[in-house]
Design a protein around this ligand. Structure first.
Ligand SMILES: [Zn+2]
Ligand SMILES: [Zn+2]
Length: 275
């Protein structure tokens, strides 16, 4: 379930990828479909990887072979087809891999074998994933923290957030607030390349926000180079993402509401109508 891929023309069929080397793990964003990202994550020095949100199998298989990595688990942030579409084909190819998704998504995530709950870490491939239950986009949405990184699926985008298909504004706002409370240096990897359009909207609602202007210029430049914009920081999101700024005077002035979740609901409605 996606917003229209308004900037898909910037990366038609692009399979360019960027590697993020971290001290304790490697993260490889794998572009899938028109604007999705799956991620291969491998603990440093290990040849086993997990895949987060394989939209489709083929780009994942190609990336595993190129990187000489073995696949040992599938991890899903939510049940939408553009995040789980490759589950079954990957299991056909690599064997009966464990498939992790929220306990409430049993029956909705293809081939799910493991029931994820917040508070119960997932240990796999030398990695420890801390699940955060973040309902709103869907009721079973999970974000996964690994070291100082968070994989947010369609809950938190760079400078945006997912639509509320299965949650109320109160629920979605609470989930985003949970993510916003992560340490400021946390790196954010999300499920779609919507950044430029999201920042255009952010600029429209906060034209005086210099951080938005700078991040939009940087995002446009990255896209023109064919690079993903994922790997933002929570500090950047707090400075630029209107959905995390519902308590700021600038947003409250434009979107009056009694509670931050009312402001959030109004900003979300404005984004739904934004072209
Ligand atoms: Zn999606
Ligand atoms: Zn979704």
């Amino acid at each position: 379930m996606r917003d229209p891929p308004r900037h898909a023309h910037l990366f038609p069929g692009s399979r360019r990828e960027r590697r993020y080397s971290r001290r304790l793990m490697r993260i490889l964003p794998v572009p899938c479909l028109s604007d999705n990202y799956a991620y291969l994550v491998a603990a440093d020095g290990r040849r086993e990887a997990i895949v987060i949100d394989p939209s489709e199998a083929q780009p994942i298989i190609a990336a595993l072979e190129r990187e000489k990595l073995g696949l040992v688990a599938i991890v899903n942030t939510h049940h939408h087809h553009d995040h789980v579409g490759g589950n079954e084909a990957l299991r056909e190819r690599y064997g009966d891999l464990p498939v992790y998704a929220h306990s409430s998504d049993v029956g909705r995530v293809p081939a799910q074998t493991e029931r994820v709950e917040e508070g119960t870490p997932v240990q796999v491939a030398g990695l420890t994933l801390q699940p955060l239950h973040v309902p709103g986009h869907t009721l079973g949405a999970v974000s996964y923290c690994v070291e100082d990184v968070v994989f947010t699926g369609d809950t938190l985008f760079i400078a945006g957030c997912g639509r509320m298909f299965e949650g109320t504004p109160e629920v979605m706002h609470a989930s985003l607030s949970k993510l916003a409370a992560l340490p400021a240096h946390t790196r954010v990897f999300c499920g779609h390349e919507y950044t430029v359009n999201n920042l255009r909207f952010a600029e429209a609602v906060e034209p005086e926000n210099e951080a938005v202007r700078k991040k939009l210029a940087a995002a446009r430049a990255a896209r023109e180079r064919g690079e993903p914009t994922v790997g933002s920081t929570m500090a950047d999101e707090l400075a630029t993402n209107p959905f995390l700024r519902c308590g700021e005077p600038s947003l409250r002035a434009r979107f009056p509401g009694a509670a931050p979740s009312d402001v959030f609901a109004a900003v979300r409605r404005a984004k739904d109508d934004y072209r």
